[in-house]
Write a protein that binds this ligand. Structure first.
Ligand code: TMP
Length: 203
């Protein structure tokens, strides 16, 4: 049997990386072989998250999917084939929310590129961390020095994003669970743990 593919999604500063690390540690105490990874990665990341290049939204989506194609081939698919549990900080729902909704590319275009690049693979579980945009942006701006391109996109952009992620969660309730991230780290972790335990059948 292949491993489980769990993705973390949400806007800026919602605590995805922290929660991914906590979940990873807890899954390991249950004996699972966990791989932690993130998108966008590799040399393409810098093009997208730094500077202030005004990419055409299609070009931007394709860059994210180019990084994803490589990431799937090099990391995700081999790990799943080896039965490992893959925890991924952002995946294609980010392209749908950021490029599809907030940058106006549209759902259908992102779905079409997904079909071409990713095919039938889907995360087994997607945890969508939801937080008021002011709280998240404040955290993100305090933390990041260079990787600020998306953080600087303005409040309307980030409001659309938040709604986009909520919409995605509503459209795919079997795969996605919306997590209220406006609580202390441990409380959010426990909420995530309840969901993951249930989905993975852990006790
Ligand atoms: P991170 O800071 O959470 O690692 O994510 C990098 C930035 O890239 C974040 O602002 C969201 C953005 N992004 C997209 O716009 N589209 C995508 O497909 C992905 C994976 C990330």
């Amino acid at each position: 049997m292949g491993g489980q593919f769990i993705t973390f999604e949400g806007g800026e500063g919602t605590g995805k990386s922290t929660q991914l690390g906590l979940l990873s540690a807890r899954l390991r105490t249950h004996g699972l072989d966990v791989v932690e990874t993130r998108e966008p990665g590799g040399p393409i990341r810098k093009l997208l998250v730094e500077g202030d290049q005004d990419w055409d939204p299609m070009a931007e989506a394709l860059l994210h999917f180019a990084a994803r194609a490589d990431h799937l081939a090099a990391t995700v698919r081999p790990a799943l084939a080896a039965g490992q549990t893959v925890l991924c900080d952002r995946f294609a729902d980010s392209t749908m929310a950021y490029q599809g909704y907030a940058q106006g590319l549209g759902r259908k275009t992102v779905e079409d590129i997904y079909a071409l690049v990713v095919g039938d693979l889907k995360p087994d579980l997607t945890l969508i961390l939801d937080l008021p945009i002011e709280t998240g942006l404040e955290r993100a701006i305090r933390r990041d020095i260079d990787e600020t391109r998306y953080e600087r996109m303005g409040p309307e952009f980030h409001e659309i994003l938040r709604e986009a992620f909520r919409d995605i969660a509503e459209q795919e309730p079997d795969r996605c669970v919306l997590i209220d991230a406006n609580h202390p780290v441990d409380t959010v972790h426990e909420a995530i743990w309840v969901v993951v335990q249930d989905r993975l059948g852990l006790s």
